[in-house]
Design a protein around this ligand. Structure first.
Ligand code: ADP
Ligand code: MG
Length: 620
């Protein structure tokens, strides 16, 4: 080590890297803390590794990383007892920035720069985003090394000389910029350390814990420890209890309700990935926060935007993924086509399905209890991911209008004896609203049928999916036909009527129904007990409309008038009476039609008032 001070220019090919760093990283200055602390962690782990391999024979001593802030002087120090650097190493690692044309690179990737910076040897230089001057005091572990002091005031010139540092390791001193005064705050630094360093694998201490005394906060003599060096995802599942997973969740999301289930991820071939994912309690799709999965790289926080790393439906999960194999140095759109990322995504999907299947088999009661809160997630997954869709058919549950749960297979077997139609298809009857479709549900039940409740916002899509996945099955909403006709068991014998009579019936009915809709009037023989007039909407048309409403497109179909089938039961005694004297039974027909409208919740306003008045009149 030369005793005279040396000066030099930092070896980057761009004229001056500092303006570039300051300009492009402006939006994400906060990450400097992660970079500086991560270097301290790296250096500490290196010395530990050297000690355990026997290369370093000295005393390891206390290897905690200490962070000190002087709020008044606006100076932040990060102190480690790691490997340190020799003069030659400072020159190589700090002065010769590890890659060429940094400026060009930064320009190209400025959007994802936050996650890149650490991976291109720019990590240390991020200190200049917030500092007007940075110094390094470092003493290498190597025998005979002398301490080095390096300093740089933000121009491309650095100074290098001797340091007075006596102990092994490195101190990075950041003299905070005047326009970065916000970092000269204990709470700010504390928040950043929590965000970025909470699970780093070496103990990090930020000053002392404080207590409220005589009207202000004062230091106690207890170290303020920032991180948990062994978060649960680094441990073996066999060593953990349910309670450990729940506690970890509460640590991560102190304000959230307890999760429904968890999944421990742990794989080391062909890629390395660990993590714990949680199913949050989901009630409404809109209310879901999609940025609750945190991505780590060897316990270093990288991002909470994992959109291109896990399939979209899995971004609804919460938790942590840690993988050194997710490339962070590429653009976001490239990520999706990366081989590792694809495998990771497939792996996670498979693990989630495995776990759900396991819960289905071993904790059925719990699954039923929590089903309503995870159903949206599972349906979304099955609809958006083909593989998950195939797996889901095994563990997805169906709930009937009595609140009983069935697997899809169980349900099919249960209803097949009574609900198989003339075409040998098992008909799954369903309602979407218990109140509005009450009388239809009752009518179906009276015929010995079971009715499912599908009241979730994705259900109209889900029904289509299930029809494809389940063999010989068809879904049918309870109000899509006359109860007697929902599951036709044999070819129907239609009433014999002349074309002219059909036309008369058509006109009669249309004259008593509200204008503005399309009606298809149909005469049927449904027996004396069945209702005189029933209004239904074809399953097909209704689903089509619902789906176009959900997807927001295909306006053409949404703007078409609603069309209804008007089923007139010619065998019903009232209809027989009306039909026999059709010229003089207008009031009675109106009454019968209004009853059908009422049953469908379609009788409103003046029509409803008129109906009530007319009914009172008829009762006299
Ligand atoms: P990276 O960490 O990606 O290698 P950095 O710019 O963060 O890039 O650091 C450059 C190099 O400087 C590190 O690889 C390491 O060799 C050295 N270095 C930085 N900080 C320390 C430290 N606290 N102790 C020892 N070496 C360090
Ligand atoms: Mg680094």
């Amino acid at each position: 080590m030369a005793s005279t001070q040396t000066k030099g220019k930092i070896g980057v090919t761009t004229e001056n890297i500092f303006p570039v760093i300051k300009q492009f990283l402006y939006s994400d200055k906060d990450i400097f803390i992660r970079e500086i602390v991560a270097n301290a962690v790296d250096a500490t782990q290196k010395i530990k590794a050297l000690a355990s391999s026997g290369d370093f024979k000295g005393d390891l001593g206390n290897t905690d990383i200490r962070i000190e802030l002087d709020e008044d002087k606006k100076v932040l120090k990060v102190r480690d007892s790691g490997v340190g650097m020799t003069e030659e190493e400072v020159d190589r690692f700090i002065n010769q920035i590890a890659f060429s044309s940094a400026g060009e690179f930064l320009e190209k990737y400025k959007d994802q720069i936050g996650s890149i910076i650490g991976h291109f040897g720019l990590g240390f230089y991020s200190a200049f985003m917030v500092s007007k001057k940075v110094t390094i005091d470092t003493l290498s572990w190597k025998e005979g090394a002398t301490a080095v002091k390096w300093s740089c005031d933000g121009s491309p010139e650095y100074k290098m000389g001797e340091s007075t540092k006596k102990t092994r390791g490195t101190v990075i001193t950041m003299y905070l910029d005047d326009d970065c005064a916000e970092y000269a705050s204990r709470t700010k630094i504390q928040d950043l350390l929590y965000k970025y360093c909470k699970f780093m694998p070496v103990k990090i201490i930020f000053g002392k814990e404080q207590e409220w005394k005589d009207g202000k906060y004062v230091d106690t003599d207890k170290d303020n420890v920032i991180n948990n060096i062994e978060p649960i995802w680094t441990k073996a599942p066999a060593d953990l209890k349910e309670e450990d997973y729940m506690k970890f969740y509460r640590d991560l999301y102190p304000t959230e309700e307890d999760p429904m289930f968890y999944i421990h991820l742990n794989v080391d071939y062909p890629f390395n990935l660990t993590g714990v994912l949680y199913f949050p309690k989901i009630k409404e799709r809109m209310a879901i926060d999609k940025h609750k999965i945190q991505l780590y790289c060897n316990q270093m926080f990288v991002t909470d935007h994992v959109d291109n790393i896990v399939p979209d439906f899995l971004t609804l999960l919460h938790g942590v993924i840690d993988s050194p194999d997710i490339p962070l140095n590429v653009s976001r759109s490239y990520l999706q086509s990366d081989r590792n990322v694809k495998m990771i995504s497939t792996y996670i999907t498979r693990k989630v399905a495995d776990r759900l299947e396991e819960i289905f088999k071993e904790q059925r009661a719990q699954l039923e209890e929590k089903w309503d809160n995870i159903k949206l997630f599972i349906e979304y997954g099955m609809l958006s991911d083909e593989k998950f869709g195939e797996r889901g058919v095994k563990f997805a549950l169906l709930k009937n209008t009595e609140g009983k749960y069935f697997s899809i297979d169980e349900y099919k077997n249960a209803v097949a004896p009574t609900q198989t139609d003339k075409d040998k298809k098992v008909v799954f009857l369903y309602a979407t609203n218990l109140q509005e479709q009450y009388s239809r549900i009752e009518q179906a039940k009276n015929l010995g049928y079971d009715v499912l409740l599908l009241d979730c916002e994705l259900d109209s899509h889900f029904v289509n999916l299930l029809e494809q996945k389940i063999e010989d099955c068809r879904f049918c909403r309870v109000d899509s036909d006359n109860a007697e006709n929902l599951i036709p068991k044999q070819e129907e014998v239609k009433p014999e009527m002349s074309e002219e009579d059909k036309k008369t019936l058509d006109e009669l009915l249309k004259s008593v129904l509200p204008a503005g809709n399309d009606y298809f009037v149909e005469a049927r023989n449904l027996g004396e007990q069945a209702a005189p007039v029933t209004i239904t909407q074809s399953e097909f048309m209704r689903r089509f409309r619902e789906m176009s409403a959900l997807s927001g497109g295909m306006n053409y179909y949404r703007e078409m008038p609603e069309s209804y089938n008007i089923i007139v039961n010619m065998q019903n005694p009232v209809i027989a009476r009306i039909w026999a004297d059709r010229e003089n039974n207008g009031t009675l027909l109106k009454q019968v039609a209004d009853l059908a409208l009422l049953e469908n919740g379609m009788l409103k306003g003046k029509d409803l008032a008129d109906f009530i008045a007319r009914s009172r009149e008829l009762l006299k």
